[in-house]
Design a protein around this ligand. Structure first.
Ligand code: NDP
Length: 465
């Protein structure tokens, strides 16, 4: 071991890599970490953080409009100043990115501001330097896909939202996944005329069907022009503008087009072949349950493994790996019941099985409530109805899944996720007194199932109050 420069070298300074490096250094390991673009990776720089700030900016626009219904006079919605938002957002991103770097240094890790590539299984080229390490963690994340379409170079990727100099008047967003839905909603909230197109009938494939339907209704009610079930033929430029041609022949025009058709692992140009690290057909590094690659001393964490591509998952896995390697005992982060949020308008929070998955698994009671939140009984704003549902194993009474579309859904679902992860039953939910008046209390006051699914006798029952 003494023959290597480092006990551990982490390639990539994103959420997973930084956590792994920091914890390993805290356990006394000699740690090096390389990042060639920006500390904090996608989440801090071109993902969760700047996106959420823009979502919040969009919400203020709505609140200014809504304030009049509550008696606030003089609160009129003027023009949105993109440059003010951009400056505030970029300042916060820079602060956080700097913090990530300083935390590494504070923990005693050696920081390299360069990309690292494998020379052999224990040697890395980091800029001008060559370093060796006993163990190596690949944490290089992923990047947006550009689909193979004529004129695709006219399209922007999600990273580009955060360098736009000014607000576009009109935008076309392609893709009905997390990024497509979030970008469409936040741009619309900032006053952009948005067209959203995706190839499924409903957005967010993989989410609970009823939530997807309610989201599609909300998108339309809020004024986003949705073109569902559409394939893209091509992209093109027309003067300063952009045109997306759908397979149906319809043309969608915008000042910008965002491609939000998924992300892929950033494994090209890493020299993985030189290290004997195997990848799958999508380029993701193959790992076992211990995050070990095809080389026993090389590990991979986060989006580069293309498992559950969410920041908190990468962080949890990175932390557990550092504890396992240097903290004196094996520890695994669980991939079960990972809670998810989509920062649409209104947002979505979700944990556990969807109704479709629960029905597949066995007899399930489905509790559902839909309501207009108190705030919007006053504002009369459309597109803000909430939908909440619980899926209950009809035999064991264990809560299998909880889903919500509605204001504060991600905040509410974090607490509910603790209960679902720990296998609580419907009766344990019911024993909990609600906090009144909130939307969240609905999760502990759902009295009668709307229907039962997943068994041969499944019969629709009337939803009771
Ligand atoms: P997603 O995988 O979520 O969605 C991709 C979308 O693009 C789907 O609607 C998919 O359709 C569509 N698509 C794929 N290929 C094509 C194609 N060739 N032509 C047209 N449409 C296509 O990817 P995103 O890019 O939205 O986000 C990437 C990942 O980043 C997410 O999966 C998530 O892990 C993470 N993320 C998480 C966020 C959060 O936690 N709030 C926010 C943003 C990103 P189909 O369904 O038919 O395949």
């Amino acid at each position: 071991m003494a023959g290597y420069d480092f006990d551990l070298f982490v390639i990539g300074g994103g959420s997973g890599g930084v956590r792994c490096a920091r914890i390993a250094a805290g356990h006394g390991a000699r740690v090096g970490v390389a990042e060639g673009r920006h500390w904090g990776g996608t989440c801090v720089n071109v993902g969760c953080v700047p996106k959420k700030i823009m979502v919040q900016a969009a919400e203020y626009g709505q609140w200014i409009e809504d304030a009049a219904a509550f008696g606030w006079t003089g609160a009129t919605k003027g023009e949105h100043d993109w440059s003010v938002l951009r400056e505030a957002r970029d300042r916060e991103v820079a602060r956080l990115s700097g913090l990530y770097r300083r935390m590494l240094e504070g923990a005693g890790a050696t920081v390299f501001e360069n990309n690292a590539t494998f020379v052999d299984a224990h040697t890395l080229q980091v800029g001008e330097q060559r370093v060796t390490a006993e163990k190596i963690v690949i944490a290089v994340g992923g990047h947006p896909i550009r689909p193979d379409l004529p004129g695709v170079e006219c399209g922007l990727i999600s990273d580009d939202l955060f360098t736009l100099e000014k607000r576009p008047e009109r935008a076309v967003v392609i893709g009905g996944g997390y990024i497509g839905v979030e970008f469409a909603c936040l741009l619309h909230g900032l006053g952009v005329d948005v067209r959203l197109t995706y190839r499924q009938k409903l957005p967010l494939r993989g989410f609970d069907q009823e939530i997807r339907e309610a989201l599609a209704e909300a998108l339309a009610a809020n004024g986003i022009q949705v073109h569902a079930g559409q394939k893209i033929e091509s992209l093109g430029a027309a003067g300063d503008g952009r045109i997306v041609t759908l397979a149906s022949g319809q043309l969608l025009e915008g000042d910008v087009v965002f491609l939000a058709v998924g992300r892929e692992p950033a494994t090209k140009n890493l020299g993985l072949e030189a290290a004997g690290v195997a990848v799958d057909d999508k380029g993701a590094v193959r790992v076992d349950a211990d995050q070990r690659t095809s080389q026993a001393h090389i590990f991979a964490i986060g989006d580069v493994t293309d498992r559950v591509n969410l920041t908190p998952v990468a962080t949890a896995v990175g932390h557990a790996l550092a504890d396992t390697l240097f903290g004196g005992g094996p520890r695994h982060a669980s991939f079960d019941n990972v809670p998810k949020a989509v920062f649409s308008a209104p947002p979505i929070g979700s944990v556990g099985l969807t109704e479709e998955e629960a029905a597949e698994r066995g007899p399930t009671e489905v509790y559902v409530t839909r309501f207009n939140p108190m705030r919007h009984t006053i504002t009369k704003r459309a597109g803000r109805r909430a939908l909440m549902k619980l899926l209950v194993d009809a035999e064991t009474r264990v809560i299998l899944g909880a889903h919500m579309l509605g204001e504060d859904a991600p905040e509410i679902l974090q607490g509910v996720a603790v209960a679902v992860v720990n296998g609580l039953t419907k009766e344990q939910f019911d024993r909990t007194i609600g906090i009144h008046p909130t939307a969240a209390e609905e999760f502990v006051t759902l009295r009668s199932p709307a229907r039962r699914v997943g068994d041969p006798q499944a019969a629709e029952t009337e939803e009771a109050a």
